[in-house]
Every structure is written in C-alpha cells, then in structure tokens.
Design a protein around this ligand. Structure first.
Ligand code: CP
Length: 302
C-alpha cells in the first residue's frame, strides 16, 4: 500500500482490506498519536462533503499532521479555467498526499496519473468511494464479528450511489448474498451485475423489502442522489420510494444493523435513530479510525 494511490476499492486485495481494518482497530484504541508530524496532506473537495472531509481532517489532526486545501473549487484557480491536470501537479508540489473529491467519474484515476504524490479518491461522481467502503467493512465486521457469508440488502439509489458500487466489489470477496432493492429507474447498473455473474455470486432484485427484511444481516440504506439527475421530474418520482420506519424492524434478526453512508434525506425515519439496530452515526465515527489506517498505510507510517 505504501506510496500507492487508492482510486478504486479493487486497487486493494482482500488481504489488504483486512490489514487496514486491523490497523483501524488499533487506531480506535489509541486515536491520538504524532505519526503524521511533519507531513502535509492536501484535501481538494470539488463537491460538497461533511463526513468524508471532516473525518479525514479529524484523522490528520489527531495524528499530528497539517492540512492544506479547499472546500469550494470556486475559491481556487479552477474558477479561472485551470485544468485538473495543472491543479494536481501544482498541489502535489506542496503536499505529501492528496485527498480529492470530484464530480467527474474517472477524475481521481486521471489525477493519480499526473500526480507525484499518492491520491486518495474521496468520491468521483457515481463511480467509486473506496474509503467509505473500507469504513463500511470495518463497521460490518465490528457489528457482525465477520465479513463472511452475510445477507446484504442494498436499498435505494443503486444506479448513482457510488458507495454501493464500491461496497459490492469489496463484499464480493466474502461469499455475500446480495439483495438489491430499488425502483426500476435506479437499479444496479448491468456492469456490476455482470461482475457478480462472472464470480458466480448470487444477487436478487426487488422493488420492495418490507416482507423480506427479516432475512437481512445488514440493511444498507442510501439517499437518492439528486445531484446526478439530469431530469428533476425523475428525481421527484423516485426520491421517497423507501422510508425505513421503526415498525418495520420488529421481526428482524437480533444481529441486524442498519447502515447508511449519510447524508440522509427522508429514507430513514428519525424514529429509527434510537433503535439499537441503527448504526449509521457510529459508522460515520468509524471513518476517522479507518482513514487514519489508510493514511498511515499509504505514507508507510504504520
Ligand atoms: N458518506 C459521505 O461521503 O458523506 P459526505 O458526502 O458528507 O462526505
């Protein structure tokens, strides 16, 4: 992992996922250390973020590193027409590692090809969000005691949701049974179904999950990604298709946990928040430890 960019979850092997999760568990026990002293990390967010940016920044601060960057591309020379290529080549001169979120699919890979320092993809359009996936794996292993042989329900916007695309690829290593619950317009793209077919893994597609939620180990809810729709009427049609309510959790498995990458809009009712099966805020906290492990591994400091 040392000095390698993290662009797609498939850039890491199953063994490397486990190494990151084990290291994250160590950081959870002792999150305040000085191992990034003298390191400068750039965070370039061309799209809005709360959890990804701030958990990276918390991770860096707790490890004694320093941060440069922007949260709004209009405050950078991108607004004068500077290319991504030139921006990355310049910022790479000022930093030891770049964390980047960008609306264009493939932008993170492109950045890694022109950068002299490693790039961490913090989300590129509807494509991939690998650090979210590593914190999702951490959360799943922590709550289930294993990553193997689980029944995973992915619910909501499976077309534009980059977190479910990365999570599907990662969980394909662990003999997962996949259930895809989405409106027809937001189904899991064919390329991901073909990916599972080629691995001989089972997946099932559903329009509703009220009658089958009792089978789930993990229910992974997602927001309908308004910002990816070209037609606002299509967004309005699909935005409230699924709303998880407390009453739906009565006959679920004792081990079942509800995950959501957040932000949430309407897809989980607030009455679920106090249910012991709601795990999404702890999942967001796990992002700090997991991102500490990713930074330490890429910078060769673990
Ligand atoms: N999960 C996630 O990517 O959240 P943010 O958009 O707030 O970073």
């Amino acid at each position: 992992m040392k000095n390698r960019s993290l662009i797609s979850i498939n850039d890491y092997s199953k063994e490397e996922y486990i190494k990151i999760l084990d290291l994250a568990a160590e950081f959870e026990k002792n999150p305040d250390q000085d191992i990034l002293k003298g390191k400068v990390i750039a965070t370039l967010f061309f799209e809005p973020s709360t959890r990804t940016r701030l958990s990276f920044e918390s991770a860096i601060n707790r490890l004694g590193g320093r941060i440069i960057g922007f949260t709004d591309a209009t405050s950078s020379s991108v607004s004068k027409g500077e290319s991504l290529n030139d921006t990355i080549r310049t910022v790479a001169n000022y930093s030891d590692l770049i964390v980047m979120r960008h609306p264009l699919e493939g932008s993170a890979r492109h950045a890694s090809e022109v950068s002299s320092v490693p790039i961490i993809n913090a989300g590129d359009g509807a494509n991939q969000h690998p650090t979210q996936t590593l914190l999702d794996l951490y959360s799943i292993r922590k709550t289930q005691g294993t990553l193997d042989n689980l029944n995973l329900f992915l619910v909501g916007d499976l077309k534009y949701g980059r977190t479910v695309h990365s999570l599907l690829m990662a969980m394909s290593h662990f003999n997962t049974t996949f259930n895809f619950i989405s409106p027809v317009e937001l189904q899991m793209p064919n390329e991901y179904k073909i990916y599972l077919d080629n691995l001989g893994l089972k997946y099932y597609e559903h329009l509703d999950f009220t009658d089958i939620i009792s089978r789930a180990d993990i229910v992974y809810m997602t927001r309908v990604q308004k910002e990816r729709f070209s037609d606002p009427i299509e967004y309005e049609k699909t935005k409230n298709t699924y709303v998880l309510k407390n009453t739906m959790l009565q006959n679920t498995k004792p081990n079942m946990k509800i995950l959501h990458p957040l932000p949430r809009v309407n897809e989980i009712s607030v009455d679920v928040d106090e249910n012991e099966k709601a795990y999404y805020f702890t999942q967001a906290l796990n992002g700090v430890y997991t991102r500490q492990a990713i930074l330490a591994s890429i910078l060769g400091l673990q």
